[in-house]
Design a protein around this ligand. Sequence first.
Ligand code: NAD
Length: 474
Amino acid sequence: MANHLEEGKKFLDTVMYYYDKAAKHTGLPKGLLERIRHCNSVYKVTFPVEIDGEIHNIEGIRVQHSMHKLPTKGGIRYSPEVSEDEVKALATLMTFKCAVVNVPFGGAKGGVKIDPRKVSEKVLEKVTRRFATELIKKNLIGPAVDVPAPDYGTGGREMGWIADTYMTFKFGDTDAQGCVTGKPIGIGGIRGRTEATGLGVFYGLREFFNFEEDTKKIGLTTGLAGKTVIVQGLGNVGYHAAKFLQETGAKIVGIAEYEGGIFDANGLDVQAVFKHRQASKSILNYPGATNVENSLAMLEMECDILVPAALENQITEANADRVKAKVIAEAANGPITMQAEEVLLKKGVVIIPDLYLNAGGVTVSYFEWLKNLSNVRFGRMGKRAEEKSYSKIVDTVEALTGNKLTFEERASIVQGADEEDIVRSGLEDTMIGSYREIRDALVEKPELGDLRTAAFYVSIRKIALSYQMLGIFP
Ligand code: NAD
Protein backbone atom coordinates (compact mmCIF):
# COMPACT_ATOMS: atom_id res chain seq x y z
CA MET A 1 0.00 0.00 0.00
CA ALA A 2 1.34 3.44 -0.86
CA ASN A 3 2.55 5.33 2.16
CA HIS A 4 -0.17 7.98 2.08
CA LEU A 5 -2.85 5.28 1.97
CA GLU A 6 -1.31 3.66 5.05
CA GLU A 7 -1.12 7.04 6.78
CA GLY A 8 -4.79 7.71 5.95
CA LYS A 9 -5.81 4.30 7.31
CA LYS A 10 -3.76 4.85 10.47
CA PHE A 11 -5.48 8.20 10.99
CA LEU A 12 -8.99 6.75 10.49
CA ASP A 13 -8.23 3.80 12.81
CA THR A 14 -7.02 6.27 15.44
CA VAL A 15 -10.19 8.40 15.26
CA MET A 16 -12.36 5.27 15.49
CA TYR A 17 -10.33 3.99 18.45
CA TYR A 18 -10.87 7.29 20.30
CA TYR A 19 -14.59 7.16 19.50
CA ASP A 20 -14.99 3.57 20.76
CA LYS A 21 -12.99 4.34 23.89
CA ALA A 22 -15.44 7.11 24.84
CA ALA A 23 -18.63 5.50 23.47
CA LYS A 24 -18.45 2.57 25.89
CA HIS A 25 -18.90 4.97 28.82
CA THR A 26 -22.13 6.48 27.47
CA GLY A 27 -24.48 3.54 28.07
CA LEU A 28 -26.27 4.41 24.81
CA PRO A 29 -27.88 1.67 22.65
CA LYS A 30 -25.51 -0.13 20.25
CA GLY A 31 -27.52 0.81 17.15
CA LEU A 32 -27.43 4.49 18.04
CA LEU A 33 -23.70 4.40 18.72
CA GLU A 34 -23.14 2.73 15.34
CA ARG A 35 -25.29 5.37 13.63
CA ILE A 36 -23.18 8.13 15.18
CA ARG A 37 -19.89 6.37 14.32
CA HIS A 38 -20.35 5.67 10.60
CA CYS A 39 -19.84 8.04 7.70
CA ASN A 40 -23.18 8.96 6.16
CA SER A 41 -22.03 9.39 2.58
CA VAL A 42 -18.91 9.38 0.43
CA TYR A 43 -18.93 11.01 -3.00
CA LYS A 44 -15.98 10.40 -5.32
CA VAL A 45 -15.71 12.18 -8.62
CA THR A 46 -13.20 12.38 -11.47
CA PHE A 47 -13.21 15.32 -13.86
CA PRO A 48 -11.01 16.30 -16.79
CA VAL A 49 -8.93 19.46 -16.69
CA GLU A 50 -6.50 20.66 -19.32
CA ILE A 51 -3.04 21.36 -17.91
CA ASP A 52 -0.27 22.56 -20.27
CA GLY A 53 -2.14 21.25 -23.34
CA GLU A 54 -2.79 17.80 -21.85
CA ILE A 55 -5.98 16.45 -20.31
CA HIS A 56 -5.57 15.31 -16.72
CA ASN A 57 -8.27 13.48 -14.80
CA ILE A 58 -8.46 15.01 -11.36
CA GLU A 59 -9.91 13.08 -8.43
CA GLY A 60 -12.10 14.81 -5.86
CA ILE A 61 -13.90 13.51 -2.81
CA ARG A 62 -16.49 14.84 -0.38
CA VAL A 63 -17.43 12.93 2.75
CA GLN A 64 -20.43 13.91 4.82
CA HIS A 65 -20.02 12.09 8.09
CA SER A 66 -23.15 13.06 9.98
CA MET A 67 -26.39 14.82 9.11
CA HIS A 68 -27.87 14.93 12.61
CA LYS A 69 -27.63 18.71 12.11
CA LEU A 70 -27.58 20.56 8.80
CA PRO A 71 -25.67 21.93 7.07
CA THR A 72 -22.65 19.67 7.32
CA LYS A 73 -19.34 21.49 7.52
CA GLY A 74 -15.68 20.83 6.87
CA GLY A 75 -12.68 22.01 4.88
CA ILE A 76 -11.42 21.04 1.44
CA ARG A 77 -7.81 19.85 1.30
CA TYR A 78 -5.63 20.07 -1.82
CA SER A 79 -2.81 17.56 -1.76
CA PRO A 80 -1.51 14.72 -3.96
CA GLU A 81 -1.66 12.55 -0.82
CA VAL A 82 -5.42 12.89 -0.26
CA SER A 83 -6.97 9.48 0.43
CA GLU A 84 -10.51 8.34 1.16
CA ASP A 85 -9.58 7.16 4.66
CA GLU A 86 -7.87 10.44 5.51
CA VAL A 87 -10.91 12.47 4.39
CA LYS A 88 -13.23 10.10 6.30
CA ALA A 89 -11.13 10.53 9.43
CA LEU A 90 -11.23 14.33 9.10
CA ALA A 91 -14.99 14.36 8.38
CA THR A 92 -15.60 12.19 11.45
CA LEU A 93 -13.52 14.52 13.62
CA MET A 94 -15.56 17.47 12.31
CA THR A 95 -18.80 15.95 13.61
CA PHE A 96 -17.45 15.66 17.15
CA LYS A 97 -15.59 18.97 16.90
CA CYS A 98 -18.81 20.85 16.04
CA ALA A 99 -20.72 19.11 18.82
CA VAL A 100 -18.07 19.77 21.45
CA VAL A 101 -18.10 23.53 20.80
CA ASN A 102 -21.88 23.70 20.29
CA VAL A 103 -21.73 24.61 16.61
CA PRO A 104 -25.01 23.28 15.15
CA PHE A 105 -23.53 21.49 12.12
CA GLY A 106 -22.80 17.92 11.09
CA GLY A 107 -19.26 16.96 10.06
CA ALA A 108 -17.88 16.79 6.52
CA LYS A 109 -14.56 17.06 4.70
CA GLY A 110 -13.33 17.16 1.14
CA GLY A 111 -10.17 16.64 -0.80
CA VAL A 112 -8.80 17.13 -4.29
CA LYS A 113 -5.74 15.20 -5.45
CA ILE A 114 -3.57 18.01 -6.69
CA ASP A 115 -0.37 19.67 -5.55
CA PRO A 116 -1.18 23.40 -5.45
CA ARG A 117 2.53 24.28 -5.45
CA LYS A 118 3.07 22.54 -8.79
CA VAL A 119 0.32 24.06 -10.95
CA SER A 120 -0.49 27.60 -12.01
CA GLU A 121 -3.15 29.79 -10.42
CA LYS A 122 -5.21 29.45 -13.62
CA VAL A 123 -5.21 25.66 -13.34
CA LEU A 124 -6.12 25.85 -9.66
CA GLU A 125 -9.05 28.11 -10.52
CA LYS A 126 -10.25 25.70 -13.24
CA VAL A 127 -9.97 22.73 -10.86
CA THR A 128 -11.72 24.55 -8.01
CA ARG A 129 -14.60 25.82 -10.14
CA ARG A 130 -15.08 22.40 -11.74
CA PHE A 131 -15.03 20.59 -8.39
CA ALA A 132 -17.58 23.11 -7.06
CA THR A 133 -19.74 22.48 -10.15
CA GLU A 134 -19.61 18.71 -9.56
CA LEU A 135 -20.80 19.27 -5.99
CA ILE A 136 -23.57 21.66 -7.13
CA LYS A 137 -24.75 19.10 -9.74
CA LYS A 138 -25.35 16.55 -7.00
CA ASN A 139 -26.75 19.04 -4.48
CA LEU A 140 -23.77 18.35 -2.22
CA ILE A 141 -23.03 21.99 -1.44
CA GLY A 142 -25.20 24.87 -0.25
CA PRO A 143 -25.84 27.02 2.82
CA ALA A 144 -28.45 24.56 4.13
CA VAL A 145 -26.75 21.40 2.82
CA ASP A 146 -22.97 21.31 3.16
CA VAL A 147 -20.62 24.25 3.64
CA PRO A 148 -16.90 23.74 2.85
CA ALA A 149 -14.03 25.85 4.23
CA PRO A 150 -10.28 26.05 3.68
CA ASP A 151 -7.93 23.34 4.87
CA TYR A 152 -4.38 22.24 4.07
CA GLY A 153 -3.46 23.64 0.62
CA THR A 154 -6.51 25.89 0.20
CA GLY A 155 -7.38 29.38 1.45
CA GLY A 156 -9.57 32.42 0.91
CA ARG A 157 -8.83 32.54 -2.81
CA GLU A 158 -10.21 29.03 -3.44
CA MET A 159 -13.23 29.70 -1.21
CA GLY A 160 -13.91 32.86 -3.25
CA TRP A 161 -13.92 30.83 -6.49
CA ILE A 162 -16.30 28.29 -4.94
CA ALA A 163 -18.66 31.04 -3.73
CA ASP A 164 -18.62 32.75 -7.13
CA THR A 165 -19.35 29.47 -8.94
CA TYR A 166 -22.19 28.64 -6.57
CA MET A 167 -23.70 32.13 -6.84
CA THR A 168 -23.60 31.91 -10.64
CA PHE A 169 -25.70 28.74 -10.56
CA LYS A 170 -28.03 29.98 -7.79
CA PHE A 171 -28.70 33.45 -9.10
CA GLY A 172 -31.25 35.25 -6.91
CA ASP A 173 -30.63 33.17 -3.79
CA THR A 174 -29.89 35.75 -1.07
CA ASP A 175 -28.33 33.06 1.16
CA ALA A 176 -25.93 31.88 -1.55
CA GLN A 177 -22.78 33.43 0.00
CA GLY A 178 -23.23 31.08 2.94
CA CYS A 179 -22.33 28.08 0.71
CA VAL A 180 -18.71 28.26 1.86
CA THR A 181 -16.73 29.95 4.66
CA GLY A 182 -13.21 31.30 4.97
CA LYS A 183 -13.94 33.72 2.11
CA PRO A 184 -12.19 37.05 1.60
CA ILE A 185 -13.99 39.90 3.43
CA GLY A 186 -15.14 41.49 0.14
CA ILE A 187 -17.38 38.55 -0.73
CA GLY A 188 -18.91 37.80 2.63
CA GLY A 189 -15.91 36.69 4.71
CA ILE A 190 -15.62 37.68 8.34
CA ARG A 191 -13.01 39.64 10.26
CA GLY A 192 -11.07 37.42 12.66
CA ARG A 193 -11.31 34.15 10.66
CA THR A 194 -7.62 34.01 9.66
CA GLU A 195 -6.29 33.89 13.22
CA ALA A 196 -9.32 32.08 14.69
CA THR A 197 -7.84 28.59 15.02
CA GLY A 198 -4.55 29.78 16.54
CA LEU A 199 -6.38 32.14 18.87
CA GLY A 200 -8.68 29.29 19.89
CA VAL A 201 -5.62 27.16 20.67
CA PHE A 202 -4.37 29.97 22.90
CA TYR A 203 -7.73 30.37 24.70
CA GLY A 204 -7.93 26.60 25.23
CA LEU A 205 -4.44 26.40 26.71
CA ARG A 206 -5.06 29.45 28.89
CA GLU A 207 -8.17 27.75 30.28
CA PHE A 208 -6.27 24.56 31.13
CA PHE A 209 -3.66 26.64 32.97
CA ASN A 210 -6.38 28.35 35.05
CA PHE A 211 -7.03 25.21 37.16
CA GLU A 212 -4.43 24.83 39.89
CA GLU A 213 -5.45 21.27 40.81
CA ASP A 214 -4.75 20.20 37.19
CA THR A 215 -1.46 22.05 36.66
CA LYS A 216 -0.18 20.88 40.07
CA LYS A 217 -0.60 17.24 39.02
CA ILE A 218 2.02 17.75 36.31
CA GLY A 219 4.31 19.87 38.45
CA LEU A 220 3.47 23.23 36.85
CA THR A 221 2.07 26.48 38.19
CA THR A 222 -1.05 28.16 36.86
CA GLY A 223 -0.90 30.77 34.08
CA LEU A 224 0.92 30.73 30.76
CA ALA A 225 3.52 33.36 31.61
CA GLY A 226 7.02 31.86 31.70
CA LYS A 227 5.95 28.46 30.33
CA THR A 228 8.30 27.06 27.68
CA VAL A 229 6.73 26.10 24.36
CA ILE A 230 7.83 24.23 21.21
CA VAL A 231 5.67 24.63 18.09
CA GLN A 232 5.76 22.28 15.08
CA GLY A 233 4.60 24.01 11.89
CA LEU A 234 4.76 27.78 11.44
CA GLY A 235 1.73 27.90 9.13
CA ASN A 236 -1.58 29.62 9.78
CA VAL A 237 -2.44 27.76 12.99
CA GLY A 238 1.08 27.37 14.40
CA TYR A 239 2.08 30.97 13.73
CA HIS A 240 -1.01 32.48 15.35
CA ALA A 241 -0.99 30.12 18.33
CA ALA A 242 2.70 30.91 18.95
CA LYS A 243 2.12 34.63 18.53
CA PHE A 244 -0.72 34.80 21.08
CA LEU A 245 1.19 32.55 23.51
CA GLN A 246 4.24 34.79 23.26
CA GLU A 247 2.14 37.94 23.76
CA THR A 248 0.85 36.53 27.03
CA GLY A 249 4.35 35.87 28.35
CA ALA A 250 5.01 32.26 27.37
CA LYS A 251 8.50 31.54 26.04
CA ILE A 252 8.61 30.02 22.53
CA VAL A 253 11.89 28.09 22.85
CA GLY A 254 11.61 26.02 19.67
CA ILE A 255 9.95 26.07 16.27
CA ALA A 256 10.03 23.16 13.81
CA GLU A 257 9.32 23.29 10.11
CA TYR A 258 9.75 20.49 7.58
CA GLU A 259 13.26 21.69 6.66
CA GLY A 260 14.44 21.56 10.30
CA GLY A 261 14.01 23.36 13.58
CA ILE A 262 15.51 26.13 15.70
CA PHE A 263 15.94 26.27 19.46
CA ASP A 264 16.72 29.12 21.83
CA ALA A 265 16.27 28.61 25.60
CA ASN A 266 15.90 32.40 25.99
CA GLY A 267 12.85 32.45 23.72
CA LEU A 268 12.33 33.22 20.03
CA ASP A 269 10.49 36.20 18.57
CA VAL A 270 7.76 34.50 16.53
CA GLN A 271 7.16 37.42 14.18
CA ALA A 272 10.89 37.79 13.48
CA VAL A 273 11.28 34.04 12.84
CA PHE A 274 8.34 34.17 10.44
CA LYS A 275 9.94 37.06 8.53
CA HIS A 276 13.34 35.30 8.53
CA ARG A 277 11.75 32.18 7.00
CA GLN A 278 9.93 34.23 4.39
CA ALA A 279 13.12 36.03 3.39
CA SER A 280 15.58 33.10 3.47
CA LYS A 281 13.07 30.34 2.50
CA SER A 282 14.19 28.34 5.55
CA ILE A 283 13.70 28.51 9.27
CA LEU A 284 17.32 27.42 9.83
CA ASN A 285 20.13 29.88 10.65
CA TYR A 286 17.93 32.24 12.62
CA PRO A 287 20.34 34.61 14.45
CA GLY A 288 21.12 33.47 18.02
CA ALA A 289 19.25 30.14 17.76
CA THR A 290 20.65 26.61 17.47
CA ASN A 291 19.81 24.69 14.30
CA VAL A 292 18.21 21.26 14.72
CA GLU A 293 18.57 19.57 11.33
CA ASN A 294 16.22 16.69 12.15
CA SER A 295 12.85 18.40 12.40
CA LEU A 296 11.15 15.48 14.17
CA ALA A 297 13.78 15.61 16.95
CA MET A 298 12.29 18.96 18.00
CA LEU A 299 9.26 17.09 19.34
CA GLU A 300 11.54 15.36 21.86
CA MET A 301 13.18 18.47 23.30
CA GLU A 302 12.67 19.86 26.80
CA CYS A 303 9.60 22.13 27.16
CA ASP A 304 6.42 22.54 29.21
CA ILE A 305 4.03 22.69 26.24
CA LEU A 306 4.39 21.02 22.84
CA VAL A 307 2.13 22.38 20.08
CA PRO A 308 2.02 20.12 17.00
CA ALA A 309 0.46 22.39 14.35
CA ALA A 310 1.48 20.72 11.08
CA LEU A 311 -0.03 17.38 10.11
CA GLU A 312 -1.41 14.09 11.42
CA ASN A 313 0.61 11.09 12.75
CA GLN A 314 3.61 13.09 14.04
CA ILE A 315 3.88 11.49 17.49
CA THR A 316 3.90 7.73 17.06
CA GLU A 317 5.04 4.66 18.97
CA ALA A 318 8.50 5.38 17.54
CA ASN A 319 9.03 8.67 19.39
CA ALA A 320 6.30 8.95 22.09
CA ASP A 321 8.44 7.68 24.95
CA ARG A 322 11.07 10.34 24.23
CA VAL A 323 8.61 13.29 24.34
CA LYS A 324 9.44 15.43 27.38
CA ALA A 325 6.62 17.99 27.27
CA LYS A 326 4.13 17.95 30.15
CA VAL A 327 1.26 19.22 28.01
CA ILE A 328 0.61 18.48 24.33
CA ALA A 329 -1.73 20.96 22.68
CA GLU A 330 -3.15 19.36 19.52
CA ALA A 331 -3.42 22.35 17.20
CA ALA A 332 -3.21 20.04 14.15
CA ASN A 333 -5.76 17.33 13.46
CA GLY A 334 -4.66 13.88 14.59
CA PRO A 335 -0.99 14.56 15.42
CA ILE A 336 -0.84 11.66 17.93
CA THR A 337 -1.47 8.04 16.91
CA MET A 338 -3.45 5.80 19.25
CA GLN A 339 -0.36 3.75 20.14
CA ALA A 340 1.52 6.93 21.02
CA GLU A 341 -1.36 8.21 23.10
CA GLU A 342 -1.22 5.14 25.35
CA VAL A 343 2.48 5.72 26.00
CA LEU A 344 1.98 9.44 26.70
CA LEU A 345 -0.99 8.96 29.04
CA LYS A 346 0.98 6.36 31.02
CA LYS A 347 3.76 8.93 31.42
CA GLY A 348 1.19 11.42 32.80
CA VAL A 349 1.32 13.81 29.84
CA VAL A 350 -1.82 15.95 29.50
CA ILE A 351 -3.17 15.96 25.94
CA ILE A 352 -5.55 18.79 25.04
CA PRO A 353 -7.33 17.13 22.12
CA ASP A 354 -7.73 18.41 18.55
CA LEU A 355 -11.51 18.04 18.45
CA TYR A 356 -11.72 20.74 21.11
CA LEU A 357 -8.50 22.71 20.81
CA ASN A 358 -8.51 23.54 17.10
CA ALA A 359 -12.27 24.13 16.91
CA GLY A 360 -11.77 27.92 16.83
CA GLY A 361 -11.75 27.80 13.02
CA VAL A 362 -15.12 26.11 12.68
CA THR A 363 -16.55 28.30 15.44
CA VAL A 364 -15.72 31.48 13.53
CA SER A 365 -16.84 29.82 10.29
CA TYR A 366 -20.20 29.37 12.00
CA PHE A 367 -20.22 33.12 12.72
CA GLU A 368 -19.40 33.80 9.06
CA TRP A 369 -22.30 31.59 7.95
CA LEU A 370 -24.65 33.44 10.33
CA LYS A 371 -23.42 36.74 8.90
CA ASN A 372 -24.09 35.51 5.35
CA LEU A 373 -27.61 34.34 6.17
CA SER A 374 -28.48 37.61 7.87
CA ASN A 375 -26.72 39.65 5.19
CA VAL A 376 -25.41 42.18 7.68
CA ARG A 377 -22.01 42.79 9.26
CA PHE A 378 -21.81 42.08 13.01
CA GLY A 379 -21.82 45.35 14.95
CA ARG A 380 -23.37 47.37 12.15
CA MET A 381 -26.70 47.89 13.90
CA GLY A 382 -25.58 48.41 17.50
CA LYS A 383 -22.10 49.96 17.53
CA ARG A 384 -23.13 53.64 17.52
CA ALA A 385 -26.02 53.11 19.96
CA GLU A 386 -23.58 51.42 22.38
CA GLU A 387 -21.14 54.31 21.99
CA LYS A 388 -23.89 56.85 22.79
CA SER A 389 -24.87 54.95 25.98
CA TYR A 390 -21.24 54.64 27.15
CA SER A 391 -20.71 58.32 26.37
CA LYS A 392 -23.67 59.28 28.57
CA ILE A 393 -22.21 57.20 31.43
CA VAL A 394 -18.81 58.91 31.06
CA ASP A 395 -20.53 62.34 30.93
CA THR A 396 -22.37 61.54 34.18
CA VAL A 397 -19.19 60.30 35.94
CA GLU A 398 -17.31 63.42 34.79
CA ALA A 399 -20.12 65.68 36.03
CA LEU A 400 -20.27 63.89 39.41
CA THR A 401 -16.50 63.79 40.02
CA GLY A 402 -15.54 67.04 38.32
CA ASN A 403 -12.69 65.17 36.56
CA LYS A 404 -12.39 65.29 32.77
CA LEU A 405 -11.01 62.32 30.85
CA THR A 406 -8.50 62.87 28.08
CA PHE A 407 -9.68 62.30 24.50
CA GLU A 408 -7.82 58.95 24.39
CA GLU A 409 -9.21 57.77 27.76
CA ARG A 410 -12.75 58.62 26.66
CA ALA A 411 -12.29 56.97 23.26
CA SER A 412 -11.08 53.71 24.82
CA ILE A 413 -14.11 53.54 27.15
CA VAL A 414 -16.91 54.57 24.80
CA GLN A 415 -15.87 52.44 21.82
CA GLY A 416 -18.70 50.12 20.69
CA ALA A 417 -17.99 46.55 19.60
CA ASP A 418 -17.16 46.06 15.91
CA GLU A 419 -17.18 42.81 13.96
CA GLU A 420 -13.73 41.68 15.11
CA ASP A 421 -14.55 42.40 18.78
CA ILE A 422 -17.78 40.41 18.51
CA VAL A 423 -16.09 37.49 16.73
CA ARG A 424 -13.30 37.33 19.33
CA SER A 425 -15.78 37.57 22.17
CA GLY A 426 -17.84 34.70 20.72
CA LEU A 427 -14.71 32.62 20.17
CA GLU A 428 -13.36 33.23 23.67
CA ASP A 429 -16.70 32.39 25.27
CA THR A 430 -16.94 29.20 23.19
CA MET A 431 -13.44 27.99 24.06
CA ILE A 432 -13.89 28.69 27.78
CA GLY A 433 -17.40 27.21 28.00
CA SER A 434 -16.51 24.07 26.04
CA TYR A 435 -13.36 23.41 28.05
CA ARG A 436 -15.40 23.59 31.24
CA GLU A 437 -17.97 21.13 29.87
CA ILE A 438 -15.19 18.66 29.05
CA ARG A 439 -13.43 19.14 32.38
CA ASP A 440 -16.70 18.82 34.33
CA ALA A 441 -17.39 15.51 32.57
CA LEU A 442 -13.94 14.26 33.60
CA VAL A 443 -14.41 15.40 37.19
CA GLU A 444 -17.84 13.76 37.38
CA LYS A 445 -16.70 10.56 35.67
CA PRO A 446 -13.01 10.05 36.45
CA GLU A 447 -13.12 6.65 34.73
CA LEU A 448 -13.12 8.58 31.41
CA GLY A 449 -9.44 9.00 32.25
CA ASP A 450 -8.33 11.83 29.97
CA LEU A 451 -9.50 15.01 28.24
CA ARG A 452 -9.87 13.45 24.78
CA THR A 453 -12.12 10.66 26.00
CA ALA A 454 -14.11 13.24 27.98
CA ALA A 455 -14.44 15.48 24.89
CA PHE A 456 -15.68 12.56 22.74
CA TYR A 457 -18.01 11.49 25.57
CA VAL A 458 -19.55 14.98 25.82
CA SER A 459 -20.02 15.27 22.06
CA ILE A 460 -21.39 11.74 21.55
CA ARG A 461 -24.07 12.47 24.17
CA LYS A 462 -25.04 15.72 22.46
CA ILE A 463 -25.33 14.02 19.05
CA ALA A 464 -27.30 11.15 20.57
CA LEU A 465 -29.72 13.66 22.03
CA SER A 466 -30.30 15.15 18.55
CA TYR A 467 -31.21 11.73 17.17
CA GLN A 468 -33.37 10.99 20.19
CA MET A 469 -35.19 14.31 19.78
CA LEU A 470 -35.85 13.45 16.14
CA GLY A 471 -37.64 10.38 17.49
CA ILE A 472 -35.41 7.99 15.54
CA PHE A 473 -33.83 6.30 18.55
CA PRO A 474 -35.05 5.60 22.09
P1 NAD B 1 -0.65 25.50 6.85
O1 NAD B 1 -0.42 24.84 5.55
O2 NAD B 1 -0.90 26.96 6.92
O3 NAD B 1 0.57 25.21 7.87
C1 NAD B 1 1.17 23.96 8.06
C2 NAD B 1 2.64 24.22 8.31
O4 NAD B 1 3.25 23.00 8.71
C3 NAD B 1 3.38 24.72 7.07
O5 NAD B 1 4.16 25.85 7.41
C4 NAD B 1 4.24 23.53 6.68
O6 NAD B 1 5.45 23.91 6.06
C5 NAD B 1 4.50 22.88 8.03
N1 NAD B 1 4.85 21.48 7.94
C6 NAD B 1 4.44 20.55 7.04
N2 NAD B 1 4.99 19.36 7.31
C7 NAD B 1 5.78 19.54 8.39
C8 NAD B 1 6.64 18.69 9.12
N3 NAD B 1 6.77 17.40 8.81
N4 NAD B 1 7.33 19.21 10.18
C9 NAD B 1 7.20 20.52 10.50
N5 NAD B 1 6.41 21.38 9.84
C10 NAD B 1 5.70 20.90 8.80
O7 NAD B 1 -1.86 24.68 7.51
P2 NAD B 1 -2.75 25.11 8.74
O8 NAD B 1 -4.01 25.67 8.21
O9 NAD B 1 -1.94 25.87 9.72
O10 NAD B 1 -3.12 23.67 9.34
C11 NAD B 1 -2.25 22.96 10.18
C12 NAD B 1 -3.01 21.86 10.88
O11 NAD B 1 -4.10 22.43 11.61
C13 NAD B 1 -3.63 20.81 9.95
O12 NAD B 1 -3.64 19.57 10.65
C14 NAD B 1 -5.07 21.29 9.79
O13 NAD B 1 -5.96 20.26 9.44
C15 NAD B 1 -5.32 21.81 11.20
N6 NAD B 1 -6.41 22.77 11.31
C16 NAD B 1 -6.38 23.94 10.61
C17 NAD B 1 -7.42 24.85 10.77
C18 NAD B 1 -7.41 26.18 10.09
O14 NAD B 1 -8.29 27.01 10.38
N7 NAD B 1 -6.45 26.48 9.24
C19 NAD B 1 -8.51 24.53 11.60
C20 NAD B 1 -8.51 23.33 12.30
C21 NAD B 1 -7.45 22.46 12.14
